[in-house]
Write a protein that binds this ligand. Structure first.
Ligand SMILES: [Zn+2]
Length: 324
């Protein structure tokens, strides 16, 4: 990739990062702030070292080599971890009040709804940014004249998928919105499993399925799993669930596969989750720095070759956390 293209890509990224985003609560026109929901009540801090954790962040375009990922795990201050411009200040403070208390109740239905709502808004924001970025790439005066037809087609296919993904997530957002506002409608199914502390924090969602299935199923019928791993008071709470109408046998088995695990099984489940399914995770520095370099190489290779693999069955033959 030439310096000119890298410069143009960096400029586009900066433009998106610096643009003002609007609050994602329906009807609100106020600008969103960088909110830090999981820091305020000691969740991320319980796996931090000197208030730092490892988080998956985008690699600087000037440092990307052909064999590298577009993402890398980097040491980051906990005030910056999981920080996205999602909501305006008043909504950020008021909507999530019940999970920002000193002793949040993770078994409560509304806690699951609020965590899932925020994870979903994060995913929508990431997809909107990615869509905008690729649209700007296609229109950029430096890139446009030299981009190959193949590359252009790839971006077009990616944008189609992105639009479909955003529609699917927006529909789920509407349903979470109703649950959040009315409470106890119980449209969603979830389970909570409690374990001794494991060194990662996740709040995320993923839509498993074979590519053809994902492309052909009507929006609304794609089953999406919400999963949150929350370290708190020397324990890890795993909240995992989905919309009740998405609860087929495969999804139910996946949710229940988090039940009654010994330490080794739990570490492997956490490994498979962050390797194959979700990008919004952070890890304690003590645990991350124990990962052998050869395992990190296996991880990078796996992610690079499986970026579009959303299959529920994945064969991952290494474990980032086997030494903890
Ligand atoms: Zn607002």
């Amino acid at each position: 990739m030439s310096i000119e293209i890298k410069k143009a890509l960096k400029k586009i990224r900066k433009k998106i990062d610096n643009s003002t985003k609007t609050c994602m609560i329906p009807g609100c026109k106020l600008p969103s702030i960088n909110s830090h929901i999981l820091q305020k009540n000691g969740i991320i801090s319980s796996i931090s070292r000197d208030r730092y954790v490892y988080e998956l962040t985008e690699t600087d375009i000037f440092k990307v080599q052909s064999h590298q990922l577009g993402y890398e795990a980097r040491l980051i201050g906990i005030n910056k971890a999981f920080s996205f411009p999602l909501f305006c200040n008043p909504h950020d403070t008021n909507v999530f009040k019940t999970i920002e208390v000193d002793n949040p109740d993770f078994h409560n239905y509304i806690s699951f709804i609020l965590l899932s709502y925020r994870a979903l808004c994060t995913e929508i924001r990431r997809k909107l940014d990615s869509k905008k970025e690729n649209e700007l790439i296609l229109a950029d005066p430096v890139i446009k004249p030299i981009i190959s037809e193949d590359h252009k087609n790839l971006i077009t296919v990616f944008l189609d998928g992105c639009n479909r993904g955003i529609k699917h997530l927006e529909a789920l957002k509407d349903l979470l919105e109703i649950e959040k506002t009315l409470g106890n409608q119980e449209r969603f199914y979830f389970q909570v499993y409690e374990y001794e502390l494991i060194p990662i924090c996740v709040y995320a969602l993923f839509t498993p399925g074979e590519p053809q299935q994902i492309a052909s199923k009507p929006i609304g019928e794609l089953p999406t799993i919400f999963i949150h791993i929350l370290p708190f008071n020397s324990r890890s709470f795993i909240l995992v669930g989905c919309l009740r109408t998405h609860l087929n046998q495969i999804i139910k088995e996946y949710i229940e596969s988090w039940k009654n695990l010994n330490k080794e099984q739990l570490n492997k489940m956490a490994n498979d989750l962050i390797v194959a399914r979700v990008e919004t995770w952070c890890c304690s520095p003590d645990a991350f720095e124990k990962i052998p370099p050869e395992t990190l190489i296996k991880y990078k290779k796996y992610v690079k070759h499986n970026a579009f693999n959303h299959s529920i069955e994945q064969n991952i033959n290494f474990n980032l956390f086997s030494d903890i």
